[in-house]
Design a protein around this ligand. Sequence first.
Ligand SMILES: [Zn+2]
Length: 397
Amino acid sequence: MFKFKIENRVGKARTGVLKTSRGKVATPNIATVATHGKIRILNKTDHKRANPDLLIANTFHLWVNNKVKEIRKAGGIHKWNRIKKPTMTDSGGFQVFSLGWGKTHKVGKVAKGGGLPVGEEMGGTENSAVKITDGGVVFKYENREYKLDAEKSMKIQRDIGADIIFAFDECTSPAHSRSYNEKSLIKTHAWAERSLAEHKKLNARALKGGGGGQALFGIVQGGIFEDLRKKSSKFIGSMDFDGFGIGGSFGEKEMGKVIGWALDGLPDEKPRHLLGIGKIGDIFTAVERGIDLFDCVIPTREARHGVLYTKGGRMSIGRSIFGNDNKLIERGCGCFACANKIKRKDIRQMFKTDKDKARRLATIHNIHFYKTLFREIRETIAIGKGFEKLKKEYGVG
Ligand SMILES: [Zn+2]
């Protein structure tokens, strides 16, 4: 089952409800990253305490670590990890391409200070680890060779069995030139058609066999180029996807503009997911332009590195100023750690004496912080006021 209903609007921002067979998700919201099918470092009890609304597992990592067969045999990811939460998987493409351009250009998902193209000679995704053809991608990972294409990605994601899956696309980097993006978009659009065709076939077969259907999201690409983004939005938006992802990586400066172009041709009534983005300021920017869903490694990854989120800003808890800080991690926070009156100085000390426990508590706190952020965003949209004030409370703008 997959349904999406928009409930309130302020300008382009909206709240809604996503219904899946594993439960409802109020939007805007963020999928917590569960790379290997579970949130890293958390045990079963922690998972319940953190209580994320939505999870996203990583197709690439599950696949190259030989977990997909095991998951299929168990009857899908929800039975395998015993976590009955609405779950997504990505297409696996992002990691493949980042093995190429990420290593060549040393860039991640968001480039610092603007993502200006630096010319065709810098624009290639291919290197010794990744070869791309119109058909798909061949890549080397830990001395093994793999092939991934639209059909294969759909098959793997079907075997994993998440509620929402993504079409196979080529993710370009901010270092990619215009001409590279033009060529790449042709591939991404052809792969979107192939992904949708394969998905329909697999979905029909699963439903006939009494299994559950999956929702497929198409992905808009086009780099930081207005005409390419709009072209991609129109093309992908005209197809029979259940929702849409906005892909690619771009500079922080152009994020708002790029999102606007990317949403331009999409049907209003379907959900839109901004892939891999989750900094607080970027979330506000994107929600204002009509994004419903996010996923990002920030809350959990930073927690494992001792970075705790509060409305007053990020705290690197290892810093000496927190050595005598008797305040709670965040006053008023209802997470397991704060409800148990854990002070800043305590968790700082715990990172030295019982690192695993400290990382678990920090992860639970940061997930709760993001849940609170999104709940407050939804509340301001629902009552039609307070969005700008909320931004300021979170130190944005
Ligand atoms: Zn807390």
